[in-house]
Design a protein around this ligand. Structure first.
Ligand SMILES: [Zn+2]
Length: 158
């Protein structure tokens, strides 16, 4: 039975934080911020264009989702990224974590480094596109509000 529970996602569901927001993920949520530094020392990040039907559909953010009860933030972030894209998560090196704690609910952004910035295709129903974006240009995209709020803190990490 436990395998069945895990497959359906035992963290799937809405939760309210101490700030009165409604968030997806009974045990919190996490996302994977993948960074790459090219040969000119320019920084890139991998952003996900969220499917229109999803929460804050049409915006850009990092792949991620609800944590399961037994998962660490890093395990959840890597699992979600692999479900939502064909990114080779085994090749990534985790460098940092940033916790956005709302009280009773938190979103952890796991920062990881990729040695390459090869094209990544969307997988599943939650993403329509993944794109490497220069750090200096991400403000040109319509960002997911949670990601936009965390970006000033995330920018200097990892
Ligand atoms: Zn909240």
């Amino acid at each position: 039975m436990s395998a069945l529970v895990l497959e359906s996602g035992d963290g799937d569901g809405w939760a309210f934080c101490a700030l009165g927001h409604r968030h997806w993920g009974l045990y919190g949520a996490s996302g994977l911020l993948v960074r790459h530094r090219d040969e000119n020392a320019d920084e890139w990040i991998l952003l996900q264009h969220r499917a229109d039907w999803s929460h804050h559909g049409g915006t850009w953010g990092v792949p991620g989702g609800a944590r399961q009860r037994v998962e660490t933030a890093e395990q959840a972030a890597r699992r979600e990224a692999a479900e939502e894209s064909d990114l080779d998560t085994d090749a990534l090196r985790t460098t940092d974590e940033f916790v956005d704690d709302h009280g009773g609910w938190s979103y952890t952004t796991v920062v990881a480094r990729s040695a390459v910035a090869i094209p990544v295709a969307a997988r599943g129903r939650e993403s329509c596109e993944l794109r490497w974006v220069p750090v200096d240009r991400i403000h040109e995209l319509d960002l997911h509000p949670g990601f936009a709020a965390s970006w000033p803190d995330l920018r200097m990490r990892g």
